[in-house]
Structure formats: C-alpha cells, structure tokens
Design a protein around this ligand. Structure first.
Ligand SMILES: Cc1cc2nc3c(=O)[nH]c(=O)nc-3n(C[C@H](O)[C@H](O)[C@H](O)COP(=O)(O)O)c2cc1C
Length: 369
C-alpha cells in the first residue's frame, strides 16, 4: 500500500485518486486497476454524475452545474485497456464572488478553520477540496466499479432513509419511486412529509440532517480481509471520508448495544442445499467478511454547515463577529450524496473482491492450469 500524504487516494487493487477544487479549472479522478476488456464510454459515467447534479431540485443549491465528463485515457475502441483511466469535469458555474467573505472568517461547522491551521492558507472559493464538488471524482470512479459489479451479479440500491425526524417506512417501500422524486426516498408518504419539513427549514434559513441507506445484493461469502482490511472497516473509512458523514452503521448498527445475543445472532439453516441465515442483524458481514446475505449500510449526514441564519464566529484577526452565510448552498446533503455513498460502497467491495482473488491456492491453481 502506498503512503499517500495528501490522502486523496483510496483502494488497493482498484484504486482511485480524486483531484481538483470546487472553483478551480476542473475536477476529476484517476482510476487505476480497472481490468482490460470492460466496455465503457462517457454515457456510463454521465448517468451516475447526473444523479449528484444540483440545481434541478427545489431542495438543492440553485447552482446549475452541467458536470459533463470527458474520459482522457485508458479506453481504446470502446473498451478499457487495463491502464489508468483519467476523467475530467470542467467547472462552469463558478461564482467566486459568493465566497469573498468567507476568506476572512471561519464558517461554523465547515473546514475553513482546520484548513488554515493545517496549511497556513486555503483555497476559500467554494470550500476548495472540502467542497461537495470533490465527490464528482468519486462518482465517476463509482460508475466504473458498479458496471464491473453488475457483470458479477452484484447490484446496489441506495436511497434517503430519513430527513430530520421523517423516517421511510419499510411497509411502503417502493424501489421504483426512488428515482421518481427529487429527495430519492423510496416511499411517497415520507417524501411528502419530508418535503413539507424542508420547506419550513429553508424558510427559516436553516439546514437539516439526513441518513442514506445502501443495500448490496449478490455478494459472495468470504469477501474482506480478516484484520485491518475488514469489509466493514473499509466501508466505514470509504463512507466516513465523504464530507458531512458523521456515523455509519452496518446491519442493526447502534441498536446492537441494546440487544441480547439470542436476538442479535442470525441463526443459520440450509435452504435448497445452500447455507442461509434466518435474519440479517449482522448486515451481511461476519468477522470482516461478507456472509452471502445482503450488505446493509446506513450513513448519517449532518445538516449542511453553510446556513443563512445568523451565527457567531471569529474572523482571521481573532475578533468575535456575527455572520449570515451567502452563496448557493444545499439545505440538505443526503439526497445529493445518495450516489456518492453508492459509489464509495461499489469501489470498496470491488477492491476487496480483487484482493480476494489470491486468497486460496486451489483457486490459483485452477486459474493457471
Ligand atoms: C454532495 C455534498 C454536497 C455538499 N454541499 C454543501 C454545501 O452546499 N454547503 C456546505 O456548507 N457544505 C456542503 N457539504 C458539506 C461539506 O463538504 C462538509 O460539511 C465540510 O467539508 C466539513 O466536513 P465535515 O462535515 O465532514 O466535518 C456537502 C457535502 C457533500 C458530500
């Protein structure tokens, strides 16, 4: 594993390096470790990028970002060549004037203060590297990982599972509905209640937290390395690295500390000659390895830090000031981050699937004979 000082790279065999700032010329990603022979074009990537694009919902920043991707390398005659795939998205909706003020003070809840302390100065335009736009590179890479996973029979479903105190109800779950509403919720009733809540929040110049649920179906058992590269440990790192994620749960998550073993243990049984589990409190992971059932992940997002209501902070001269943050900000992060969580999950499981290929001598002998 390469020690990467700026922390912009993740993954071992399938690795991605994101680059670029919110208001720089462009953002992008270099994907290394994609096998040769995958049919791939810009449309495969664009479908994913369009899911994180702002400006098309009453509940996201009004910035209109076209976010058109261009593939610069690693493809020949429509197929991946096995060499690094570099992708770029040019920034077209920069309005750095919106951010002139924040050059002089520290936004509560944002990364301004910590960037200044670490580097001595910062690219304050749109938050630089700490902007939600950094996730463009993750999503472009995630589209490739998801396309490979699909060929292995592994599919990921991701949606907003709560906004404030509005929780989606499992009884009303409708997978098709996720892509039919701007909050990416799987339940019409919850969508309507969350919309009303968000309208009130926006009218009050405030923001609100949310959670995103991600379910990975079709994972074979045994994927994940037993100690430091456990599947749940790597998922936690990948998903916690998304801006504003403050907690991640696997399966029953935080509830396990309240439950008893007789309830929490998933009993095994044989079904049609195959090992199966009678429940899935473990969220599909035992001992850091997939157990063959659905992998169930929940990411908790804090409320968007940049809000227009009045807050107390300090400026760079150390004076106490009051601020009301201008600019075009998302009042909620979860809906825009659904595809980001899905991408980080796809990148992580694919990387561990590749790692797993050298875990058994009998399989290596089979492969080479
Ligand atoms: C997709 C996405 C969009 C975001 N949009 C905004 C935004 O419009 N305004 C804002 O202040 N923060 C936004 N954030 C959150 C900040 O990036 C994040 O809170 C900040 O980097 C501080 O990091 P931390 O919350 O992990 O401590 C967004 C994050 C994501 C993932």
């Amino acid at each position: 594993m390469v020690y990467n000082m700026a922390g912009s790279t993740i993954g071992n065999k399938f690795s991605i390096t994101t680059w670029g700032e919110s208001h720089g010329k462009a953002l992008g990603v270099v994907v290394d470790g994609c096998p040769a022979g995958l049919t791939l074009d810009e449309n495969d990537i664009q479908i994913y990028l369009d899911r994180r694009k702002p400006g098309f919902s009453q509940f996201s920043t009004p910035r209109k970002e076209s976010d058109k991707v261009e593939i610069l390398s690693g493809i020949f005659e429509g197929r991946t060549t096995g060499t690094p795939i570099s992708m770029i998205v040019h920034n077209t909706s920069q309005r750095s004037s919106d951010y002139g003020d924040i050059a002089t003070y520290y936004r509560p809840g944002h990364a301004d203060y910590t960037f200044d302390e670490k580097y001595g100065f910062r690219d304050y335009r749109g938050g630089g590297r700490s902007s939600g736009r950094e996730t463009i590179g993750r999503v472009a890479a995630g589209a490739i990982a998801a396309k490979i996973l699909k060929q292995l029979g592994i599919e990921i479903t991701t949606y907003v599972s709560s906004i404030g105190d509005v929780q989606v109800s499992p009884e009303n779950f409708n997978r098709e509905y996720i892509m039919q509403n701007e909050l990416y919720m799987p339940d019409k009733d919850s969508y309507e209640r969350a919309s009303a809540l968000l309208s009130d929040i926006m009218a009050a110049n405030d923001s609100i937290g949310s959670s995103v649920q991600c379910i990975i179906k079709g994972m074979p058992a045994g994927i994940g390395e037993p100690v430091f590269d456990k599947l749940d440990a790597n998922l936690a790192k990948a998903i916690m690295s998304i801006g504003a994620v403050k907690a991640i749960e696997i399966g029953d998550g935080c509830m396990v500390s309240e439950n008893q073993g007789s309830y929490n243990n998933d009993n095994f049984s044989m079904k049609d000659g195959k090992v199966s589990k009678q429940s899935n409190h473990a969220g599909g992971i035992l001992g850091g390895m997939s157990d063959g059932s659905d992998i169930v992940i929940k990411a908790h997002f804090k409320p968007t830090p940049s809000i227009a209501s009045t807050q107390h902070t300090i400026n760079k001269s150390g004076e106490n000031i009051e601020v009301s943050i201008k600019g075009r900000h998302d009042p909620i992060i979860g809906p825009r981050a659904v595809v980001v969580v899905e991408s980080m999950a796809a990148i992580t499981v694919l990387d561990l699937l590749f790692d797993n290929m050298s875990s058994r001598l009998d399989k290596i002998i089979d492969f080479y004979s």
